[in-house]
Design a protein around this ligand. Structure first.
Ligand code: SF4
Length: 288
């Protein structure tokens, strides 16, 4: 619960504010960029919502903030936006919201599939979100990109009887996982769902490619909205930058049009543009 007395100085006056507990995870700026801005080490409200759509996005950001650092003194309750989650992105893919502080505010995703739905990484375990997942048919599989973003996966797996998928080198974060990936070769988990090991950020980091369109990238790859190009977090590479570069090179052999990261901005790019930007990124990584 945000504390009005601890609001940061940069907030413009109005209903919404950010307080000093913000960990600068970027979630609010991804969800409501017309409301939340970036100060030196925290978010702030740079413009109050101008209409109902912006206000709804700001409420969604309030609910998704991992540290409860966003407050609103308006008359509408954030509860009105709870039913928005999971928030449709495109086709079978939705963003879960309710980012967890256990994953430093990492994004998680829900993929509808007629043979059993998928969760990619984990949001907070909350009754209202659980009910939403139940109404959509539950969760059969939980794909865990790496150890940092497992959050409440164990509780979701226990509740839904889900099969958790994780690489062996990340297993210490989720030791009872039902399906363990070994090595560096891609594995088709079910038709159209390919796990691709991408060591580098961590030793057993994996991405998930769905239908040659959606690439769930964990902390391997994201879109830098300031530079308008694909990028990778060198400052947050815990295992090996050269391995991450090699993994990025291998990814250029796959087709996809969406990059859906754990941290950082998601993006849609037409296939040819995605391939061009991937090749450029590999060159920049090699040169750095
Ligand atoms: S979502 Fe919350 S913690 Fe993350 S940047 Fe915004 S206010 Fe800060």
């Amino acid at each position: 619960m945000a504390d009005f007395k601890l609001r940061v100085a940069e907030n413009v006056v109005g209903d919404f504010f950010v307080d000093s507990s913000c960990i600068d995870c970027d979630t609010c700026r991804q969800l409501a960029p017309l409301v939340f801005g970036e100060a030196a080490e925290h978010a702030y409200v740079w413009q109050q919502p101008g209409g109902p759509e912006d206000r709804r996005s700001a409420l969604q950001a309030l609910l998704s903030c991992p540290t409860g650092s966003i407050g609103s003194v308006g008359e509408d309750s954030a509860k009105t936006a709870m039913a928005d989650f999971p928030l449709l992105i495109e086709g079978p893919v939705s963003y879960c919201g309710f980012n967890s502080s256990k994953s430093y505010g990492g994004n998680s995703y829900f993929v509808y599939h007629e043979a059993g739905n998928w969760l990619i990484d984990s949001p907070k375990f909350l009754p209202q979100l659980v009910r939403q997942f139940e109404s959509l048919g539950g969760i059969a599989h939980i794909f865990l990109t790496h150890q940092d973003d497992v959050a409440d996966a164990e509780r979701y797996a226990e509740h839904f009887g889900s099969q958790r998928v994780i690489h062996r080198d990340e297993l210490s974060s989720q030791p009872d996982s039902e399906l363990v990936i070994d090595g560096t070769e891609p594995i088709e988990l079910i038709p159209g769902f390919m796990a691709i090991p991408t060591p580098g950020h961590t030793a057993g980091h994996c991405v998930l490619l769905v239908g040659e369109r959606y690439l769930f990238t964990g902390d391997h790859l994201y879109f830098d909205r300031h530079e308008h190009r694909l990028s990778a977090f060198r400052d947050y590479c815990w295992n090996s930058w050269s391995r991450q570069t090699e993994s990025m090179q291998r990814l250029t052999g796959f087709r996809f049009e969406w990059v859906l990261p754990g941290h950082g901005q998601r993006v849609y790019l037409p296939g040819s543009e995605m391939q061009r930007q991937m090749a450029e990124l590999v060159e920049r990584m090699r040169a750095s």
